[in-house]
Design a protein around this ligand. Structure first.
Ligand code: ZN
Ligand code: ZN
Ligand code: FE
Length: 764
């Protein structure tokens, strides 16, 4: 061919299982190019031959018009010498044992599949497992890489000839769509009561809908686990679900068929609507509409509801609008309070039989359990609260290459993190590592990620805490495999996670870290949580913190804000007068016991926890004296804040201590002269915001640092977050906040990984 030339192109990123090769094929055809494309375990390789102008047009389309689920992290192009190819073809995969490629998260059903699902002329009409290269299950069904059908839980479903023809056709939307299936060859649903299956396929679906309409509670097998579902407008059903789940107050997630249905119950800004419709299909926390008919028991004491849209064809069919059918369902993770979401069929049936009236089942196995993700949109900015389905296992890109680290994370809201070169695979949300089931899914998860991404940790990082299950796992593995172990202080990990999330390197310099949360083990064995640090990945200094108060009864104190309030009053030398709400909440015996406990220092630990300061304030305002879930007292305190109130209470700052005693005095005075609770709540919040800003100014004066990183669960408080962010900015501070990771303990593993990697670099 006259003037023809040849190039080789390497692409890395999420380029497998997302329709990338058919896209390349079509592009090559359009530009009259010959050559080949193939998957490798590192990505995709292409060689093409043709006119330079057409190669250029091919290359520029390749970089910009790639399929919706693909992500290109790296691309390079080199001229090569080769004899012209006769045609363009897709070659077999070339796995290389040591390479790795990112695995796509599970993807919500695409518009094309949704159209086919409701098209009576389509052969997949109303088939609950319709998918294509642009959508469907990925991470939850993949057992190993390279991503091919035999390495997924679809291995046991041989394709029928029609599905196979689509699978083999480079111009078909289902070309190499590994989970593709149809009613003739794929998974099916059935409806089961006890151990008896009573309906199959469409009839199973209709039976499930009928039972839901009747106010029954169903266990529904989904994408990454089971849900418990019931009619969200039926208070008896919701109350019964709470009773069975042993979950008294924590909000239930909801699912509605479409945006219209969501908008009848909640306000949703353009950004919130986009988030609901986004590919990740997370649960989005939305402000509840006053007139919503949904049962108030769904989210007691809260102004928000957590809604998600259907993300699988099964969910769409289940929620299809029809007169008399609920327009919103409770869809809560199917577990007993505190246990991880159920995902294995036998285990689920055993654990869920007491919880559900019946089961809507299917026979596509779930390999990895993944919970629904939770986000919140705050003035256009996305806050990730739980990073799981749709996000994991997308790696975060680190600002530099580091050794492979396994970081085992925190105790609550656990995630772990594995790193490889400049990728950090922050795991999906695992849960609270307080019981055997969660520990098991933590250990399984680590093994799975190590295999999937071909990672052999060179360093193990964990929390300092002597008893955290995750830290014990880390210590025993480090010992048995002879891998160096780095123990990281919890709030230092928060600081480092926020830095990594903002792609900061050591050369960007130290920052002020305002790490506010409920609990983290300190280097002095106290419980830290109101921490103002300076430093970076390599080291930190504790500059200021909340003055210690005794935490009565250790961790149990976090369940009893009233006890915490009395501990704070005692530390502030304020009498336990009977008119104060927390004093009233505790009976005389409890107060006597608490009194001697505090006097004699029995079973108390000193704490600087900001979370416990919020608990104490909530109880003193008369809002909540007992937490039935983590953070409840402060969530309800924030829910009643008067947004127009600007007053605040005084506090003392001396040397490295912030003493809230004057604040309690003033708050109690306000309480006694019948200041409305929303005003009390706002003044308390404003006081904490002032504490933060004053502390940052003080540290700035001492160190010259002008960048502040905010991390820790307390920053999920939007009122506090917004005030502090605004005030710090107006004082000229550069404020770093979490972007791709949660500000709560879901970020800890990432911070641990970076700190551990840097500590080893310094030794080298
Ligand atoms: Zn699709
Ligand atoms: Zn088929
Ligand atoms: Fe924390």
């Amino acid at each position: 061919m006259e003037g023809s030339t040849a190039v080789r192109i390497n692409v890395r990123g999420i380029v497998q299982g997302v329709g990338f090769r058919p896209f390349v094929y079509t592009l090559a055809m359009r530009n009259h190019l010959t050559g080949w494309v193939r998957n490798t375990s590192a990505g995709v390789e292409i060689e093409i031959n043709g006119q330079p102008i057409e190669i250029n047009s091919f290359y520029s389309d390749l970089k910009t018009n790639f399929p919706p689920l693909a992500r290109i992290d790296h691309i390079d192009i080199h001229p090569i010498q080769t004899a012209p190819y006769p045609k363009f073809e897709i070659l077999e995969s070339q796995p290389n044992a040591d390479d790795f490629i990112p695995v796509s998260p599970d993807r919500s059903i695409c518009p094309d599949c949704q159209k086919e699902l409701f098209d009576p002329a389509n052969r997949r009409y109303r088939y609950p497992f319709i998918n294509c290269t642009n959508c469907g299950p990925r991470f939850s069904i993949i057992k190993d890489i390279p991503y091919d059908r035999p390495k997924t839980t679809m291995a046991n479903f041989p394709m029928c000839s029609q599905c196979q023809a689509e699978y083999d056709n480079p111009l078909d939307r289902r070309f190499h769509a590994q989970p593709t299936a149809c009613p003739d060859c794929g998974p099916q649903i059935w409806f089961q009561v006890g151990s008896q299956s009573i309906a199959y396929r469409e009839e199973a679906l209709q039976t499930a809908r009928h039972w839901l309409k009747q106010g029954k509670i169903l266990a529904i097998k989904g994408l990454g686990g089971y849900h418990l579902a019931c009619d969200a407008s039926n208070p008896e059903a919701v109350i019964e679900l709470r009773r069975r789940k042993k979950r008294s107050d924590k909000a239930f997630a909801l699912m509605a068929f479409d945006l219209e249905a969501v908008k009848t119950h909640c306000h949703a800004s353009a950004a919130e609507q986009a988030a609901l419709l986004s590919n990740e299909r997370p649960i989005v926390l939305l402000e509840r509409r006053k007139g919503s008919r949904l049962a108030p028991e769904i989210a007691p004491g809260q102004k928000t509801l957590g809604f998600m849209l259907p993300y699988t064809p099964l969910h769409l069919l289940l929620l299809q609008p029809e007169s008399g059918f609920p327009d919103a369902l409770v869809m809560t993770s199917a577990n007993l309070s505190e246990e991880p979401i159920a995902y294995q069929d036998e285990d689920a049936q055993q654990r869920l039989t007491p919880l559900a009236d019946a089961f809507l089942m299917h026979n596509r196995p779930i390999h990895m359990r993944v919970d629904d993700s939770v986000i919140r949109i705050n003035s256009g900015q996305r806050h990730i609260i739980r990073r799981a389905r749709g996000f994991a296992p997308d790696p975060l890109r680190l600002p530099l290459e580091i050794e492979s680290v396994l970081a085992t994370g925190a105790e609550l809201k656990n995630t772990f993190c594995l790193t490889r070169s400049n990728y950090a695979f922050l795991s999906h949300f695992i849960g609270d590592l307080e019981n055997y089931e969660t520990l098991q899914s933590f250990e399984e998860g680590i093994r799975h990620y190590e295999r999937l991404f071909r990672i052999t940790p060179q360093i193990i990082a964990c929390d300092l805490h002597p008893n955290y299950l995750a830290s014990r796992y880390a210590r025993s593995r480090a010992q048995s495999e002879n891998i160096p172990l780095v123990e990281v202080q919890h709030h230092h990990a928060h600081l480092a996670a926020c830095l990594a999330d903002n792609h900061r390197t050591v050369s960007n310099g130290d920052v002020i870290g305002v790490c506010l949360d409920g609990t983290g083990f300190g280097t002095d064995s106290a419980i830290w949580g109101g921490e103002f640090l300076t430093g970076g990945y390599r080291a930190y200094r504790r500059r200021l913190h909340l003055k210690y108060v005794p935490l009565p009864g250790g961790d149990a104190a976090s369940r009893r804000p009233a006890r915490m309030a009395l501990a704070h009053l005692r530390a502030a030398d304020i009498a336990w007068d009977l008119d104060l709400p927390p004093v009233q909440d505790l009976c005389a015996e409890e107060r006597i016991a608490l009194d001697s406990q505090l006097k004699l220092n029995i079973n108390t630990l000193p704490t600087s926890s900001m979370g416990r300061l919020f608990d104490a304030a909530s109880s003193l305002c008369g809002i909540r004296h007992t937490n039935t879930y983590e953070g409840q007292a402060s969530i309800e305190l924030e829910a009643c804040v008067d947004p127009h109130e600007t007053g605040f209470y005084p506090f003392d700052m001396q040397d490295d201590l912030i003493d809230p005693s004057p604040m309690w005095q003033a708050l109690i005075e306000n309480y006694r002269n019948r200041t409305p609770i929303p005003t009390l709540s706002a003044r308390f919040h404003n006081s904490v915001a002032h504490m933060v800003v004053d502390s940052c100014k003080k540290i700035h004066q001492e160190t010259g640092l002008k960048t502040v990183a905010l991390s820790g669960g307390v920053w999920q408080n939007i009122y506090l977050f917004n005030h502090v962010q605004k005030w710090l900015a107006s004082e000229g501070f550069n404020v770093l906040t979490h972007q791709e990771t949660p500000t709560n303990d879901g970020c800890i593993a990432l911070g641990q990984a970076l700190i551990a990697a840097y500590s080893r670099m310094d030794l080298a």
